[in-house]
Ligand binder design. Structure first.
Ligand code: CA
Length: 363
């Protein structure tokens, strides 16, 4: 019965009217739903942790407080790498991380974070939103009782921090380097020992010599972590993470239990957060890079074409092997690879074509 009909019928007797009065607050005051968001980032960490905060804020604001989201830094409610399980079992309703952290759950997760020599930030959004990526991601995460969202992107990352020069691929031999995901598999083939560590544990590991080298994100984030205090050389480009997607995974039952308008708010808040995070990195990376070089004396170096070519070949091997591991990985790879193929052509003419043109006059 709609409200008008309810009031009209209420006129039939005092008892009914009394019921209306008593029931009125329930009609007007919408139920507040409180969600917890666990994250894999140190609390308020620039770009990533603050990206999670922004997402929570958008949802809370757009819903007028009907759906409020409280953010927890890594270790506050659960350790960083237990976020996935925590949301899967409903200890929290949302989690913020990067899909390659969960490769132990399924190899296919890695395609939704970063693929070495894969898609850049715009192309990842294109693949997920318009190229069939979202449907595959949902199919994959549904196995864990989750709904997947792209909720941010770092843009292209940096190649990493080293205490020795990387002149040829053999310089990776014996190197213990923090590098998660498929990039880690690639450097393993080059003779390195890849290590996966959450953000909060990298600096001390590098400083103590527990690891020899690390990658993290890019200048803005790397400056905040102070890696320049523990390593001399800063290499580019980040071939291993050309446009890493930060994800928000939501407990599927909790998501599906929301009214349609709140689900729409969650959906669109994710997209807003994606663009916001990417534009923040785009804006802040260069100033941070200049500070690293000019103020902290960091030696900026480019990987040689030879190193990049060999990494590219190893990457192709690694990715194809992952695709052959299980049916889902194969399915995701097929879709991803087709998108990369079309991106290679359009990027050359579009973004890369323009970048080259601009640099002819503006140095
Ligand atoms: Ca990284």
């Amino acid at each position: 019965m709609d409200r008008r009909g309810f009031i009209k019928n209420a006129g039939v007797g005092a008892l009914a009217a009394g019921t209306i009065l008593a029931g009125a607050p329930a009609v007007h005051a919408a139920k507040t739903i409180r969600w917890k968001m666990v994250t894999t980032w140190p609390k308020n960490f620039p770009g990533l942790g603050t990206g999670a905060n922004n997402l929570a804020k958008y949802i809370t604001e757009m819903s007028g407080g009907r759906l409020t989201v409280k953010v927890y830094g890594a270790g506050e409610l659960v350790p960083a790498f237990e976020s996935f399980d925590a949301v899967s079992r409903g200890t929290a309703q949302m989690g913020h991380g990067a899909a390659y952290y969960w490769k132990g759950k399924s190899e296919a997760t890695q395609f939704f974070a970063a693929v070495p020599f894969g898609l850049n930030a715009d192309e990842m959004a294109g693949w997920i939103n318009h190229g069939g990526g979202q449907q595959l991601w949902d199919e994959l995460y549904a196995q864990f009782g989750l709904k997947a969202f792209a909720a941010g992107n770092t843009g292209v990352q940096m190649g990493g921090w080293f205490n020795k020069e990387i002149n040829t691929i053999s310089d990776y031999k014996g190197l213990k380097m923090r590098m998660p995901g498929l990039g880690g598999e690639v450097i393993k083939r080059a003779g390195a020992t890849p290590v996966s560590l959450p953000g909060g544990e990298i600096f001390t590991s590098l400083q103590s010599g527990a690891i020899d080298a690390t990658e993290w994100v890019g200048p803005y984030n790397d400056l905040a972590f102070g890696f320049y205090k523990a390593a001399k050389y800063y290499y580019w480009p980040g071939w291993h993470e050309p446009g890493t997607v930060l994800e928000c995974f939501v407990n599927k039952k909790a998501y599906e239990g929301l009214p349609a308008d709140l689900r729409a708010i969650v959906d669109h808040a994710m997209k807003a957060a994606y663009v916001d995070m990417l534009s923040e990195f785009t804006t802040k990376n260069n100033a941070a890079l200049m500070q690293l070089v000019d103020k902290h004396g960091v030696k900026l170096k480019r990987f040689s074409d030879d190193v990049l070519k060999k990494m590219g070949q190893l990457s192709q091997e690694v990715v194809e092997e992952v695709a052959a591991k299980d049916k889902m990985s194969g399915k995701v790879y097929k879709s991803f690879n087709a998108y990369r193929k079309q991106s290679l052509n359009w990027n050359r003419i579009g973004e890369a074509g323009y970048s080259l043109a601009r640099s002819l006059t503006f140095k």
